[in-house]
Design a protein around this ligand. Structure first.
Ligand SMILES: Nc1ncnc2c1ncn2[C@@H]1O[C@H](COP(=O)(O)OP(=O)(O)O)[C@@H](O)[C@H]1O
Ligand SMILES: N[C@@H](CCC(=O)OP(=O)(O)O)C(=O)O
Length: 266
């Protein structure tokens, strides 16, 4: 059956990575943010329920402060995320407003999701926001989520957060926007003969090896973390499409079950 199920998706989580929000020169990728706001607002107006999981707090924070790399000290990184998150949401607010779409912000930590009462609170807030016709925008609360010995507050990365939000909200689909067209049989930024994998129905050790190596300059995940997120998606019997954040209009094709990006599902 594979992609046919995409045609019936109604509640959709979109995860956008830092590499799609920040240009290589450290400036904000206004084109992608504008296209994202247009696409998500249009879909919401047409009756889809849309949740955006965004990275970029640190990347935007670096831009605000005119820095070109993360500071080493943890408290400085926390400050950077706190500064960048405000600016990121301000960008989203103004851009979505251009398309008559209201947004909200939800900042999560791993412990909130693992503790049943607060997990329910997060899910209630999400459902109530969606029923008001608003697009919730979610990020990790990077200013406070620092791992301590006995208390795991960090999700690890936003690919994992995207998968967790998909299960938390019982969404039908996770669309993961990255700086690459999908999953390849080897890293295409290193190997010219890498070929795109259209469908993945299981995360094997072989695939994990093909995805090895670090990601982009300001992000954290890389392809390995996208496959770890896909494992959570399979475990929850959900589906995911990994595609390029530089061609946001292809979300339409994805929802029509056309062969774009890599489809993770049975
Ligand atoms: N097998 C693979 N297929 C696709 N990309 C890969 C693969 N192995 C490693 N990568 C790298 O993963 C990167 C995407 O991860 P990342 O830069 O963290 O994106 P994002 O910021 O969107 O989360 C690609 O640009 C590529 O360099
Ligand atoms: N929460 C962090 C992003 C962490 C992350 O996983 O980044 P990415 O690999 O770009 O999705 C931030 O907003 O900067």
């Amino acid at each position: 059956m594979n992609r046919e199920k995409l045609k019936t998706a109604k509640r959709i989580v979109i995860k956008i990575g830092t590499s799609s929000l920040i240009l290589a020169n450290g400036k904000i990728n206004l084109k992608n943010i504008d296209e994202l706001a247009f696409m998500l607002s249009s879909l919401q107006h047409e009756g889809y329920e849309i949740i955006l999981v965004t990275s970029g707090a640190i990347g935007v924070g670096l831009n605000v402060l005119g820095l070109d790399k993360r500071p080493a000290e943890m408290a400085q990184q926390q400050a950077l995320a706190a500064i960048g998150q405000v600016e990121l949401m301000s960008l989203y607010k103004h851009t979505f407003a251009r398309y008559q779409q209201k947004i909200s912000q939800l900042l999560l930590t791993n412990d909130v999701i693992e503790f049943p009462e607060s997990r329910k609170n997060a899910s209630d807030a999400l459902n109530a926001t969606l029923s008001l016709g608003i697009i919730p925008i979610i990020n990790e609360n990077d200013a406070v989520s620092v791992d301590e010995m006995d208390h795991k507050t960090k999700f690890g990365d936003n690919d994992r957060l995207g998968a967790i939000v998909t299960t938390l909200s019982d969404a039908d689909l996770l669309i993961m926007l990255s700086d690459i067209d999908g999953l390849y049989d080897k890293n295409p930024t290193i190997f010219d003969d890498a070929s795109l994998i259209e469908t993945v129905s299981e995360i094997t050790d072989h695939l994990m090896k093909a995805a090895g190596g670090a990601g982009s300059r300001f992000g954290t995940g890389g392809m390995t973390s996208k496959l770890e997120a896909a494992k959570l998606i399979f475990g929850a019997n959900k589906q995911m499409v990994l595609t390029n954040g530089a061609r946001i209009w292809e979300i339409r094709d994805i929802l029509e079950a056309k062969k774009k990006g890599t489809y993770f599902g049975q």
